[in-house]
Each structure stands twice: as structure tokens, then as C-alpha cells.
Design a protein around this ligand. Sequence first.
Ligand code: FMN
Length: 223
Amino acid sequence: MLNVDDAILSRRSVRAFRPDPVSQETVAHILEVSSRAPSGTNTQPWKVHVLTGNSLKRVSESVLTAFREEPATHTNDRPHYMEKWRDPYLARRRKVGWDLYNLMGIKRGEREKTQQFHSENYRFFGAPVGLLFTIDRDMGWMSWLDYGMFIQNICIAARGQGLHTCPQASWGQYHKILEKELELVEPEMVHVGMSLGYEDTSALPNKLETVREPISAFAVFHT
Ligand SMILES: Cc1cc2nc3c(=O)[nH]c(=O)nc-3n(C[C@H](O)[C@H](O)[C@H](O)COP(=O)(O)O)c2cc1C
């Protein structure tokens, strides 16, 4: 059993998984534990579609086809980040992107290699379990905050089972395909996805070490 600090500190976004299966009982356990996340007025705004085996393959292939053939026709349901990027967020975004591409040996302008690596998102990076999170689109921003707590709980509870995760906003671009595949009915919309499985420790992208600002950059201690 990991202690809380170890579970948090050992979580990283893993971008290459071993194919070893994860049992439905283990996934159910992680989700049950994670559902203890707090939510404003206990609204619990989360819903999870768990994909494995054939369902994962089917959804993955549908999205990969669109990614290859008609990416420009697919856009996010709503802005994911800042509409107009500025520092310090832009600099942080660029750093993690280039650190990852450097590790992979992908140079500036190598579009095909970049696309190839990006497409791994839509294979859940080879993980045996893909999670697609949905939310009712009329939920307010507090519920989106609740949702983040639930998703973080999954990342941490997964560590308790020796598993790793990668939260993925990238699925949002193909929400129309996913809504069809998952037979979603309004107002249920796709929020984000997540890969879940055992880390391939030998894979290059998993050597990435991300940095964080020191607490002096984001915390103010009032006395
Ligand atoms: C909401 C959210 C969406 C993300 N979307 C993606 C994604 O689509 N693809 C990806 O490779 N990583 C994605 N990430 C992972 C981030 O890049 C990662 O959390 C960040 O660079 C910090 O690295 P770490 O998670 O390894 O500490 C996402 C993370 C979060 C929290």
C-alpha cells in the first residue's frame, strides 16, 4: 500500500502501456473509491464509459479514421484552454511539448512523426482500458471543478493498484464520433478521456520528467 504522498508523487502521465489486462473488478474498485470525491451539494456530476477489448478497438478505430482522413472537420465542443495563449501558461505548454518531442527524437517541422505520436492518444497509448468521461452540458463551472477532483482520485486510486493513467483532453476533438459510438443522449456530452493500465517502463515517452513551479510562485502565506 502506498502512502498518500507516494501515491501522489508517483503519478505521472504515462504515454505507453503494456497490453496486460486489468480486470473489471479492479476498474470497478478504482471507480468506487474515486466516487468518494467531494462535489458541491453532493451533485456527483460524473459519468464514465469504460472501454476494453472490442469496444475500445471499435471506438479507437472510428476516431483514428477521422483523425487520418478529416481532422479539420472535427472541433472541440467548447474551448479547452485559453482562447489566446499567453505566458506563463504558453511557456509551460511549449516546454512540456518540446521536452516530450525531444525525448522521442521528433524535430520541429517533422509533421508526420508528430501526427503519428499524437495519434497514439486515440489508441489510449496501448492501454487495455480506456475511460471516457461525460457530463451534462448544462452543468455550471463548479461541477467541472467537482469533476476534476473525481478524475484526480482515479489517477491516485490507480496508483494504489500498481496502475498508471494519462488524462486526455484530446478525445474532446472527436466528441461527435464518440457521442454516436456511446449512444449519448442530450445533455450528456464527452468531457475528457483517460488511459489506464500498466506502464511500459522501457518506452521513451515515459522517461519524461515534468517540472513544477516552486510553491513561492503560486502560494501566498498571509500571517
Ligand atoms: C485535463 C487534462 C487533459 C490532458 N490531455 C492530454 C492529452 O490529450 N494527451 C496527453 O498526452 N496528455 C494529456 N494530459 C497530460 C498533461 O500533459 C500532463 O498532466 C502535464 O504535462 C503534467 O505532466 P504529468 O501528468 O506527467 O505530471 C492532460 C492532463 C490533464 C489534467
